[in-house]
Design a protein around this ligand. Structure first.
Ligand code: FAD
Length: 409
């Protein structure tokens, strides 16, 4: 019998690490988190605002009440709308939020609030987060993993989950490497606070505006979430993203796109080139370390496959570890961990391809894509599917990866 009562350790208290800890706890496996930051850290920026129904259901299954809390906190925008060079080409309003009755198709909530609910859930479950305990060294052995943290402590664990984000130390400690590339365009991403006066507020709709003349012909996306709006502006040739991120320029952009009442409400702004990469392997040689979430893959955010796929990784990592943890033979334990890698590497490849298609479409380098967009825009007044194509395509295909036991990502 391989049995042990040691806690499984997780590096990182982001959404992936917290979702993994909750999923392990739900399966009766003791877990603890080692986090590099201090408990009073500031996690700014709305980041993953689109929480998909399947993610809500996974979180609810692993910690009853967590999914419903997020539904209560979040909002479901009823309208999706698209404009082309100043003219509306598609608009559709839904009179119900979709989904299965308990969980809507999605909810829109800033990541900082999702993380706050996850922290509460960890407290309720009695899962400990060790702050200021960044993982520095990882040594995997036949019978477990030896971990050293920045606070000078040493730990032994049967399994380690590397959920320590894009710059993962765990990934480099096990000798895995990111492979892939980076978007050509930069994107400006800003959070804009909702205004006080209800009469001044924009209607709750997700808007995509191609070549918006109000901001020099740049693509603009506007998405509401609880308490604010996400404004994404795609840079064009010759743009200096740092210049566009200044307070003055953002004031102008926000006033032009959202109305003067929002011009002073930008609360956070940053510029990005998106990486499209995944680790060359998701597990170590001894089948004791599992990479999950952004430690394993980074995706462009179009299609919202980021955090949603992180939660799917977390759930499947916990499932594999729960079996491996109690397995009577090493061979069964190794098999489970290998299956995790096989499934989630396939899912990451699929998600990368889907996000890549969205990115390629938005960057518009391909003459056939440019032509298709122009043709759709000219037909949209008479032929609704053309407008719907323009509305839908910036987010990539909607299909789910193969071999996914839970969720859509
Ligand atoms: C601008 C922006 C917009 C986004 N929009 C979306 C969206 O619309 N939809 C979506 O689904 N996703 C979106 N994302 C992605 C989403 O934010 C990430 O997918 C998600 O945060 C990844 O979670 P994670 O837990 O894997 O990593 P992180 O959130 O990076 O968490 C990693 C954690 O590990 C800790 N850590 C780091 N090093 C160590 C170490 N050595 N030891 C211990 N702990 C360590 C970090 O402090 C952190 O707490 C967006 C991201 C950005 C930046």
């Amino acid at each position: 019998m391989r049995g042990t009562d040691q806690s499984v350790l997780i590096a990182g208290a982001g959404p992936t690490g917290m979702a993994t800890a909750l999923a392990l706890h739900a399966r009766g496996v003791p877990a603890a988190i080692l986090e590099a930051d201090s408990a009073d850290r500031d996690r700014s920026g709305s980041r993953a605002i689109y929480v998909h129904g399947s993610t809500l259901r996974t979180l609810e299954r692993n910690h009853p009440g967590l999914g419903t809390d997020l539904v209560e906190e979040g909002l479901v925008w009823p309208t999706r709308r698209t404009c082309w060079r100043g003219k509306e080409v598609f608009s559709r309003t839904y009179d119900d939020p979709g989904g299965d009755g308990k969980f809507p198709h999605f909810t829109s909530v800033p990541q900082v609030r999702t993380e706050a609910y996850m922290h509460e859930a960890l407290d309720e479950a009695g899962v400990e987060v060790h702050w200021d305990a960044g993982v520095e060294r990882v040594e995997s052995r036949e019978d477990g993993v030896h971990v050293e943290t920045a606070d000078g402590r040493e730990w032994e664990t049967p399994y380690l989950v590397g959920a320590d984000g894009g710059g993962s130390t765990v990934r480099s400690e096990v000798g895995a490497e990111f492979e892939g590339d980076q978007s050509e365009n930069s994107f400006i991403i800003a959070d804009v606070d909702e205004v006080e006066d209800e009469d001044d507020r924009l209607p709750l709709e997700r808007l995509f505006h191609y070549d918006d003349p109000r901001v020099g012909g740049r693509n603009v996306m506007l998405v509401p979430f609880t308490g604010g709006w996400r404004l994404d502006i795609q840079c064009i040739e010759g743009d200096d993203p740092d210049e566009l991120c200044t307070e003055e320029t953002m004031r102008e952009f926000t006033g032009a796109v959202m109305g003067e009442q929002y011009a002073d409400s930008v609360s956070w702004v940053s510029s990005y080139k998106f990486l499209q990469v995944m680790a060359d392997r998701f597990i170590d040689e001894r089948r004791r370390v599992l990479l999950a979430g952004e430690a394993a893959h980074l995706l462009a955010p179009f299609g919202a496959r980021g955090m949603n796929s992180c939660v799917a990784d977390a759930d499947e990592a916990a499932s594999a570890i729960a079996v491996a943890y109690r397995a009577r033979t090493d061979a069964v334990a190794r098999d489970e961990v290998e299956l995790y890698a096989a499934r989630r590497e396939k899912a990451a490849e699929f998600n990368l391809e889907a996000a890549g298609q969205a990115l390629e479409y938005l960057q518009g380098d391909n003459p056939a894509t440019v032509l298709r967009k122009e043709a759709a825009a000219s037909l949209a007044d008479y032929f609704e599917p053309a407008g719907e194509y323009l509305d839908d395509t910036p987010y990539g295909p909607h299909d789910s990866p193969p071999i996914v036991s839970t969720g859509n990502y």
